[in-house]
Ligand binder design. Structure first.
Ligand SMILES: NC(=O)c1ccc[n+]([C@@H]2O[C@H](COP(=O)([O-])OP(=O)(O)OC[C@H]3O[C@@H](n4cnc5c(N)ncnc54)[C@H](OP(=O)(O)O)[C@@H]3O)[C@@H](O)[C@H]2O)c1
Length: 339
């Protein structure tokens, strides 16, 4: 009997050792994963806090956006929604503006409105971003002599309402790709050399929190915003050595005409800020962090969404936009008096 007892004690000891080893590995991997998750999610908040405190410890550093980046800002899609409010907020902070958008009358009205409110210079350029490469040469010509300090690539478009790919008009899909991805790429390419030459400037790209997972019924829109994320994050590192600040802004729902299909969103609320509230908050983060959701409730939403595995996020997103599609169609029929 004695040898059997010795073997079983030895086995027990071995099992205890293996268990200790497995626990240690789980502990280390778990700690590293949590640390990486916390770093990923709080780095933006930490850099904002750091930037807010910096002037108290280093008063010689430039404080205003004009000091940091220059006197002129270019904003695309600046006649409505988030872009218009970005323009207004930048003007409030003393920046001269070049507004680029589609509708001449709205551009004139917006520049007049801003000039009457703030002591800044404005200029507008009317272009349709669904058009080809030539519009970027036109923009370049019209920007001649202007030192662009901040470029806000805001212009973007969505489908009329969430829908499956086979039902979205082909022309609209093509325009969406051209506007959402083409404008960010080409305008940045046009303006970058002058910023690099001065070693000064900021590029702000409006992505979307919809990039966090594939979004059935918003398939092409969400995919185009994923492009904006990767484009911006790669550019940030490319431009580090040139002292150019690159910022990715990823809002959730904001009350603008882009969401006119969803009554629920258009009613507003804590999760659905209006464009003014959103832009004030987002511009506050400019120069302070390279990645933001722009508004605190959107930051919280993004944080909790990120905790779920990709498959679950995709499933939830699919259900949400399926529901929004049905509501949008009902809303449309009601307006036509068919319901
Ligand atoms: N609203 C949201 O919930 C939300 C959420 C996440 C991300 N975003 C992103 O934020 C950005 C702004 O969205 P928003 O909701 O403020 O949009 P919006 O209210 O629809 O305004 C879009 C602006 O872009 C202009 N524009 C549209 N198509 C154009 C074209 N082909 N050529 C030139 N200008 C054009 C519009 O001009 P007109 O006035 O002439 O139409 C308008 O000034 C977009 O990139 C969007 O993807 C929005």
């Amino acid at each position: 009997m004695q040898p059997v007892l010795e073997v079983s004690i030895y086995t027990l000891l071995r099992m205890a050792f293996i268990w200790q080893l497995v626990s240690a590995v789980i502990y280390i991997v778990g700690s590293l994963t949590i640390a990486a998750f916390l770093y990923d999610n709080f780095k933006s908040l930490i850099s904002i806090i750091k930037a807010v405190l910096e002037p108290y410890f280093q008063p010689h550093l430039p404080k205003t956006l004009v000091d940091k980046f220059g006197q002129w800002a270019v904003v695309t899609g600046a006649t409505d929604g988030i872009g218009k409010e970005y323009a207004r907020e930048l003007a409030r902070q003393g920046l001269n503006l070049v507004l680029i958008s589609r509708t001449k009358e709205k551009l004139i009205a917006t520049t007049n409105e801003i000039e009457s409110q703030y002591k800044v210079k404005t200029k507008w350029i009317a272009v349709d971003f669904t058009k080809g490469l030539e519009i970027y040469d036109q923009i370049e010509k019209e920007l001649a002599g202007i030192e662009v300090g901040i470029l806000v690539n805001n212009v973007g478009m969505m489908y009329e309402h969430p829908d499956s790919l086979d039902l979205v008009p082909e022309k609209l899909l093509w325009n969406l790709l051209t506007v959402n991805m083409g404008s960010v790429t080409m305008l940045t390419r046009k303006i970058l050399p002058q910023m690099i030459g001065r070693r000064k400037g900021a590029i702000v790209n409006l992505g979307s929190a919809s990039e966090l997972q594939p979004l059935p019924n918003m398939t092409v829109y969400a995919a185009s915003k994923k492009f904006v994320t990767y484009f911006t994050k790669a550019l940030e590192l490319e431009l580090e050595e040139h002292n150019i600040h690159v910022q990715l802004v990823m809002p959730n729902f904001v009350v603008t005409k882009m969401n006119a299909y969803a009554d629920r969103v258009m009613q507003g609320g804590l999760l659905f800020p209006n464009a003014y509230t959103f832009a004030r908050s987002a511009v506050f983060t400019l120069g302070k962090t390279s990645e933001t959701n722009g508004f605190w409730t959107h930051g919280l939403q993004y944080f909790f969404m990120k905790m779920a595995p990709l498959r679950i996020r995709t499933y939830v997103g699919h259900q949400l936009f399926k529901r929004l599609r049905v509501e949008a169609l009902e809303q449309k029929q009601q307006k036509l008096g068919l319901l």
